[in-house]
Design a protein around this ligand. Structure first.
Ligand code: ATP
Length: 299
């Protein structure tokens, strides 16, 4: 018997970053939107905890105890005083180290799948709490839809979305380390006053109304200058998507994936073709939002 869970990627439509706190973390006002690029996590009883991964980026995913899916299985098992005797297979479609929370998605997926497999009966709030222990972005991967995250991003409140939004994601060569991007943010912020992060009510209204033009005008990523400072060539990808007809472009989270908001599925296909032809990215993926959170397949 095995359990399979599908989990979405995310884009941050707003990422407001505060000054570094004494513990090194940053306070955030983070508006997450789940998008229809998915990893699929399957757990099967086994003699010991093992992880395998398939997909184009599989060779960049760690298969040891540092994999977030393995850590999720260990956390749930230790909470219930059982051994994590499970094989976890990840079908990876979310770009790795791309600022789209792929590792977090696998952590949330493995947690839900193991809970079903082992019959540990966690409530949704138990699962969210375990997710927050695994990482700041993990609770949102479980929840999906759209949400505002404050604190380190893990204190979530869900947001209404009044319609579908269409996106193109340009996948860059290589990854960007999220801690390195925050270090660059701190370096660029040195000596400047960094305002307290706050959710933008205009952006939240745009989501609620399903108003793509208003959303395009209010997209904001406070980590973008740091990501561009580390990877200046991403600016040419942003320009190529805008030249191809995107309404707005931004770096996705800590990057290096770039996200393009478009007004229809047809524009998405056109912008994706233009991005590929520009030679400024490795792949262009079309997706829509909001997408549901972690979902047990076959339920
Ligand atoms: P975020 O948007 O949450 O900052 P990201 O999308 O930039 O994350 P991930 O794909 O989650 O980045 O991977 C970041 C690093 O985490 C990888 O380089 C890898 O070493 C490690 N990692 C641990 N578990 C996983 C996993 N299941 N899938 C991918 N990477 C993982």
């Amino acid at each position: 018997m095995s359990v399979t869970v599908r989990v979405p990627a995310k884009v941050n439509v707003q990422l407001a970053v505060g000054a570094a706190r004494p513990d090194g973390f940053h306070d955030l006002a983070n508006v997450f939107l789940a998008v229809s690029l998915y990893d699929v996590v399957t757990v099967t009883p086994a003699d010991a905890l093992t992880v395998t991964c398939s997909g184009p980026d599989a060779d960049r995913v760690p298969l040891d105890g540092t994999n977030l899916a393995a850590r999720a299985a260990e956390l749930l098992a230790s909470r219930h005083g059982i051994e994590p005797r499970v094989h976890i297979h990840i079908e990876k479609d979310i770009p790795v180290a791309g600022g789209m929370a792929g590792g977090s998605a696998d952590g949330a997926g493995a947690l839900l799948a193991c809970d079903r497999l082992w019959g540990t009966g966690s409530s949704p709030s138990d699962l969210l709490e375990l997710c927050a222990e695994l990482g700041s972005d993990v609770p949102f991967s479980l929840a999906g839809g759209a949400a505002l995250g404050i604190g380190r991003g893990e204190q979530l409140s869900s947001l209404e979305v009044g319609g579908a939004f269409h996106w193109v994601f340009a996948v860059a060569d290589g990854g960007l380390s999220t801690p390195a991007v925050y270090r660059e943010f701190d370096r660029l912020a040195a000596g400047r006053a960094v305002p307290e992060p706050a959710a933008d009510p205009v952006l939240i209204d745009a989501l609620r109304a399903g108003d793509v033009n208003a959303l395009a005008a209010s997209l904001a990523n406070g980590l973008q200058p740091a990501a561009l400072s580390l990877r200046p060539e991403l600016a040419t990808t942003l320009d190529a998507g805008l030249a191809g007809g995107a309404l707005a472009a931004l770096v996705s989270g800590s990057g290096p994936t770039t996200a393009f908001l478009v007004d229809s599925q047809e524009s998405a296909d056109k912008v994706a073709a233009g991005l590929l032809a520009s030679g400024t990215c490795r792949a262009a993926r079309v997706a829509s939002s909001p997408a549901p959170g972690a979902t047990v397949l076959g339920d």
